[in-house]
Every structure is written in structure tokens, then in C-alpha cells.
Design a protein around this ligand. Structure first.
Ligand SMILES: Cc1cc2nc3c(=O)[nH]c(=O)nc-3n(C[C@H](O)[C@H](O)[C@H](O)COP(=O)(O)OP(=O)(O)OC[C@H]3O[C@@H](n4cnc5c(N)ncnc54)[C@H](O)[C@@H]3O)c2cc1C
Length: 380
């Protein structure tokens, strides 16, 4: 067993880390989508990391482990986790299903635009009554000549207000449950699409989250991913990418938080001692380290299993569960280590817990990851 990264991977990690550290987010308005940062991430190559260069000059065609390592660097260096989250939703829940399941014609048309970030994509599956259980989507699509007509409402669409394309899942045959769902790419400028106001959220502020309404939107049949009835399978494959790659960003954020806590504990004094000399503080930081490293190793194993084309459901669910729960705990621990300073928004220490709380919900809640693990353990 070899735990080493090769020289190229380490160089890419360092490159991503220093690029992300140099991004100056202070000049972007709070709560709005920082388009300039998006463009910078596009030029860096974020959105094309796993996409073959034959589809886009922005494509790198990296294997999943290398992609994960680069994302870790971006997460560690970049102080705006929201824009990285928006980029991950675009890349792993939208560009990747097109890359893996789109027709050659669709890939040639869309991947150059998506891999460069020139156009933005949003994944639309969740509905008011279909969150954890997406077996009964009320959004319907029916055939009308060479077109499908889509009608329904999607809730919680990341990038909804800035999207040029939606990767949307709809029921095409009610009788077949999961096998009656179909995945579509829906251009956002088609008549009948209405986007709600961006929600005010607890964290990940740069990422816009919206309801999107589709009122008899006509989409050409060439915009179907895979074939009719393959939607649930395509969505599951996209979640595999998202649960590995999006969550690699959070490993990077936790590494930054850990290093910040160590620095603070080694410099902040109470009485004549630095707080690092109090076992209560140093043990808290030791626990942060163990939680981070455990989650990181689970992620590397899940990504490695994905690269081997074996059933990685348990490994990916374990990794997603461990990272998101560690992220929440790490966010709380960081505030405790910094005392009242950590509670102030101006310290920036507070942002991790606000960003982390979303991570136990999206891409399948922690409870759903446990269900997946139990299923593979033969408990359900
Ligand atoms: C920041 C953010 C971004 C998001 N981005 C997107 C996006 O881009 N596209 C998109 O389509 N969706 C997106 N979502 C929606 C997200 O996928 C859903 O919130 C998630 O699937 C949970 O669904 P729900 O919120 O309806 O909760 P529910 O499914 O109603 O769950 C409520 C509670 O019940 C528990 N629960 C439900 N079913 C079970 C079960 N079978 N076993 C055990 N416990 C269960 C859940 O774990 C949870 O604690 C986003 C959400 C957030 C917070």
C-alpha cells in the first residue's frame, strides 16, 4: 500500500493552493454572485478538471484522485467556500452527467462552454415534496413530436439565478417509479422558465439558491441525457462525483481551520502561558486533526474505488458522512479555540460552521448516507 502522491499531483495541489490564496474576495459584494471570481476559477481550469481536453481547451482530463487533490488545494486556499460550492454543483452535478451520458453532439456543443465556465449550469432535482426521496418527482415531461414538454417546480437549485442550462430530472412514466425518470439539459432562455428570488441562507453566501418553475417548457429530444427512463441512474452517478469532489473542498477548508487553530493556540496567552499548554485546548486540536485525517483517508479510498470501477456506494457514503460531520464539529471547535474572537464575523472563524451546516443536508443528508451504508451492510 502506497499513501504517496506523485510529484505532478503535489505540484498541482500547490498550484491550486497558491492560486486560491491569491484570489482577493474582499472586492466582491457580499451576497451576490461574484462573477469575476467565477471567471478567474474558469481560467484556472476548475470546471474542466475531470473533462477530456478533446472537448475543451479548459479540460484537463484528470483522474478522480488528482481532481480531488486539486480541489483540496482550492478549498484550503480560498476564503469564499460559496463560490467553490457553486463551481462544484456546476461541474460535478451538471457537466459530468453531460460528459458521461450526453450524445456526442451535445457534448461537442456544451462541454466547451461549461468546462471554461463561459456558461453556468444548475442541477434541478429536489422538489417541495421530493428531497431525500426522489422516487416520485411531480415534475412531468411528455413527448410532443421531436420535443418533450416539461412542467413542474424545482426547489433549492444552486446557481438557479445565474444558470444558462439546467440539468433537470422529470417523471416521464409514472408507473415505473425510479425507472420512469428522465434527465434533460434545459437551456435557461427557453420560454416558460421562471426563477424565484435567491434564498437568504446561513452560509455558502456566494452560491445562489433558487426555486425554478417550468411551465410547459419545450425541449428538443436531443437534450435528453442517456435515454428515457435512465434519469435516476444518471443522477446517482452524478452524486458519486459530487460526494467525492465537492467534499474534497471541505477537507481543504478543515485543513486551513486546523492550521489557524494551531497558530492561535501557540500565540494566544492567558496568564503567562500560551493556551496550547492547556490540555483542554491542545486535545481539542488533536481531535480536530484525527477527525480530519480520518475523513480525508475515507475520501481518498472512495475516490480510489471509483477509479477502479467497483461498487463504491459504501465508501462514498462513509466519506461524505465523515467529511460533513467533521466539518460541522471542526467549525464549532475552531470557535471554541478562538474564544469570543471566533464568534465575531470579522474574525472569519465563524464562516466554517455556517458553511458546514449545509454540508450535512445537500448531496444526500447524513441520515441518507447512513441508510446507504446500512443497506450495503445488509441491515435493511
Ligand atoms: C445549500 C443547499 C444547496 C442545495 N443545492 C441543490 C441543488 O443544486 N439541486 C437540488 O436539486 N437540490 C439541492 N439542495 C436540496 C438538497 O438536495 C435537499 O435539501 C436534500 O436532499 C434533503 O431534502 P429536504 O431538504 O427536502 O429534506 P427531507 O428529505 O424532508 O428530510 C428532512 C429530515 O428527514 C430525514 N429523512 C428523510 N428521509 C429519510 C430517510 N429515508 N431515512 C432517514 N432520514 C430521513 C432527513 O435526513 C432530514 O433530517 C440543496 C440544499 C442545500 C441546503
Amino acid at each position: 500500500m502506497n499513501f504517496e502522491w506523485n510529484e505532478d499531483q503535489l505540484e498541482l495541489f500547490e498550484h491550486a493552493l497558491s492560486f486560491a490564496k491569491d484570489l482577493d474576495f474582499s472586492k466582491f459584494p457580499q451576497g451576490e454572485f461574484p462573477m469575476e471570481a467565477w471567471r478567474a476559477l474558469g481560467e484556472f481550469g476548475y470546471f474542466g478538471l475531470p473533462i477530456d481536453a478533446k472537448y475543451s481547451s479548459a479540460g484537463s482530463g484528470f483522474d478522480i484522485l488528482t481532481t480531488v487533490k486539486v480541489l483540496e488545494g482550492l478549498g484550503q486556499g480560498c476564503t469564499d467556500t460559496g463560490i467553490l460550492f457553486a463551481g462544484a454543483a456546476h461541474t460535478f452535478a451538471c457537466a459530468m452527467p453531460i460528459y458521461e451520458h450526453g450524445s456526442e453532439q451535445l457534448k461537442q456543443k456544451l462541454l466547451p462552454l461549461l468546462a471554461s465556465g463561459e456558461k453556468i449550469a444548475a442541477n434541478a432535482i429536489s422538489e417541495a415534496e421530493a428531497g431525500s426521496d426522489i422516487g416520485k418527482l411531480t415534475t412531468k415531461a411528455w413527448r410532443d413530436g421531436d420535443y418533450y414538454v416539461i412542467k413542474g417546480a424545482k426547489s433549492y437549485v444552486t446557481n438557479g439565478s445565474v444558470a444558462d442550462y439546467f440539468v433537470l430530472y422529470a417523471t416521464t412514466n409514472e408507473k415505473f417509479g425510479y425507472l420512469g425518470q428522465t434527465a434533460f439539459v434545459v437551456p435557461a432562455d427557453l420560454p416558460g422558465i421562471d426563477v424565484g428570488n435567491s434564498y437568504k441562507k446561513l452560509g455558502l453566501n456566494s452560491a445562489q439558491l433558487n426555486q425554478v418553475f417550468f411551465d410547459e417548457v419545450k425541449v428538443h429530444k436531443d437534450y435528453v441525457l442517456g435515454s428515457e427512463g435512465q434519469g435516476a441512474r444518471i443522477f446517482a452517478a452524478s452524486m458519486d462525483w459530487e460526494r467525492c469532489c465537492l467534499f474534497a473542498l471541505f477537507i481543504g477548508v478543515m485543513q486551513r481551520d486546523l492550521e489557524r487553530c494551531i497558530d492561535y493556540a501557540n500565540t494566544r496567552k492567558q496568564g503567562d502561558k500560551t493556551i496550547s499548554k492547556f490540555q483542554a485546548v491542545s486535545h481539542r486540536i488533536a481531535d480536530m486533526e484525527v477527525r480530519l485525517q480520518s475523513a480525508r483517508l475515507l475520501l481518498y479510498f472512495a475516490a480510489w474505488q471509483k477509479s477502479q470501477n467497483v461498487d463504491n456506494t459504501k465508501a462514498v457514503a462513509s466519506s461524505k458522512l465523515a467529511i460533513s460531520e467533521a466539518f460541522v464539529q471542526s467549525g464549532i471547535d475552531s470557535i471554541r479555540v478562538h474564544g469570543a474572537l471566533g464568534y465575531l464575523q470579522e474574525s472569519g472563524v465563524d464562516s466554517s460552521i455556517r458553511d458546514a451546516l449545509g454540508s450535512v443536508l445537500f448531496s444526500g443528508t447524513s441520515d441518507i448516507q447512513r441508510e446507504l451504508i446500512c443497506n450495503r451492510l445488509g441491515l435493511l
